[in-house]
Ligand binder design. Structure first.
Ligand SMILES: Cc1cc2nc3c(=O)[nH]c(=O)nc-3n(C[C@H](O)[C@H](O)[C@H](O)COP(=O)(O)OP(=O)(O)OC[C@H]3O[C@@H](n4cnc5c(N)ncnc54)[C@H](O)[C@@H]3O)c2cc1C
Length: 422
């Protein structure tokens, strides 16, 4: 592995055969998360492919010329030509390998894979998920001198990191940018000394043996596991939704309704949460248009009666969204009537989607006691039905899912664990 400057780009990259180039920056948590993976892979692939690093801040002109806009960015070159995908953000080892493999013949790829050494690392506690719940558990455990590792499939921060603004987290007078709040939570836990293994592929979780396999070659063992993997909101599948998440489309009324004072809003959904949240949004918005796929709501009767009597709420049944488009400050929602096939455009100031959430438990749901919606049942100490397995935050069965409730759960689990382990 070698560090280069822009001056050496032509000789060391464009005229140097097979190369992977890492544009990194200092004070960049995703760069830190990548560094050990990059170094480790350079040892495996280093005889075939050159591993180069370049400091982006001091080589800005080259970075701009190559269109590098964030750190880290990995670019792969074969005989001077860029190949594969550029990787940035939370870069996974498996994604780097996919791109490296593009440059090698099949036999060599297989040969290299046989050199991957599997190993076991041991901790007192594994925390799965580095959102507010997991980060808080990590902080408390670390401050109790308990050897803890935080494992996440993405970068730390959880849902907060993609939230535009948080105005209801105590201790801050002004609303906080979500990325900043989650960054500060993460740095506090990391500074304490909690080990981070983030942007990894989790290939196996065995809750009974208390083992987690990451990136296929490292088995992490512990005395206890805290599950803090949160939830994923169901999406409509309509075009534009992914790109406009947090930029016009929201999945949380408690968090975002207040930004729609006297504005018009479209709500997708017709179950209990859609109906209850629409009622809540109507305290702020001047008009709420609900779009529901069936000819009647699936929410309970009382909630239905209340929403249908709400003068600010207008309902369009038998319809589904097909596209979301931003037009200046406005959101355009194209809906299709499922009976007639007719398409209409609804112009509003924002869209809320409430078509259910999925707890992130697919890898380890066996043996865990779940509620009827698939959330993990935990007791007042956050213990689950499996001994030494705890669960905290949005992934557990509870009524209110907020940052404050997740950090409270994380605190409780960590204090209960610390008491047991000490
Ligand atoms: C758009 C939006 C805006 C919001 N705004 C607010 C707000 O203003 N105020 C407020 O209080 N609440 C808000 N919330 C709710 C709040 O974000 C959540 O309640 C909170 O983040 C829950 O924390 P958590 O740690 O339980 O889970 P998450 O924050 O969801 O974190 C879970 C972590 O687990 C990781 N993970 C997932 N699967 C796995 C796996 N298999 N293995 C390992 N790791 C895994 C994820 O990558 C993630 O980092 C908002 C939610 C959304 C969606």
């Amino acid at each position: 592995m070698k560090e280069i400057t822009a001056k050496e780009f032509d000789s060391d990259v464009l005229s140097a055969g097979k190369v992977v180039l890492d544009f990194y920056s200092t004070e960049c948590p995703p760069c830190e998360a990548l560094a050990s993976k990059f170094e480790d892979l350079s040892k495996l692939y280093g005889n075939d492919i050159k591993f180069l690093k370049i400091y982006r801040q001091q080589n800005r002109e080259l970075a701009e010329k190559l269109g590098v806009k964030s750190s880290p960015t990995l670019i792969f070159f074969n005989d001077g030509k860029e190949i594969g995908d550029r990787l940035s953000g939370g870069v996974k080892r498996s994604d780097i390998i996919k791109n490296l493999d593009l440059m090698l013949p099949e036999t060599r790829k297989k040969e290299i894979k046989t050199k991957i050494k599997h190993f076991v690392s041991e901790y007192d506690v594994i925390i799965l998920g580095a959102g507010p719940g997991g980060l808080t558990a990590g902080l408390y455990l670390c401050q109790s001198k308990i050897n803890t590792v935080l494992v996440d499939i993405a970068l730390p921060g959880g849902q907060v990191s993609t939230t535009h603004e948080v105005s209801n987290y105590p201790g801050f007078i002004e609303p906080q940018a979500g990325y900043l709040l989650s960054h500060n939570m993460s740095e506090q836990t990391k500074l304490c000394g909690t080990v981070y293994k983030v942007a990894v592929d989790i290939t196996k979780v065995d809750l009974v043996r208390k083992e987690v396999v990451i990136d296929e070659f490292e088995t992490i063992r512990a005395k206890k596991i805290v599950i803090a993997t949160g939830t994923t909101p169901n999406t409509t599948g309509a075009s534009g939704e992914k790109a406009l998440k947090g930029k016009g489309i929201s999945y949380c009324a408690t968090c975002d309704a207040k930004y729609f004072d006297d504005k018009e809003v479209v709500v997708i959904g017709g179950g209990n949460s859609a109906v209850e949240e629409s009622d809540f949004i109507s305290r702020f918005a001047s008009k709420v248009t609900m779009v529901h796929q069936f000819d009647k709501f699936t929410a309970n009767k009382k909630a239905q009666d209340k929403i249908l009597a709400n003068p600010k709420v207008n309902v369009i049944f038998n319809s589904e969204p097909r596209a979301f488009v931003k037009d200046g400050e406005k959101m355009v929602t194209e809906i299709e009537n499922l009976v007639t096939g007719e398409r209409t455009k609804l112009v509003s100031d924002g869209v809320f989607v409430f078509i259910g959430m999925r707890p992130n438990i697919d890898l380890f749901k066996d043996n865990l006691q779940l509620d009827q919606w698939g959330y993990i049942i935990s007791n007042e100490h956050m213990q689950t039905s499996i001994p030494d397995i705890y669960a905290v935050g949005d992934v557990i069965s509870k009524k209110y899912r907020q940052i404050t409730t997740a950090v409270a759960d994380g605190t409780i689990a960590a204090m209960a664990i610390a008491k047991e382990l000490n």
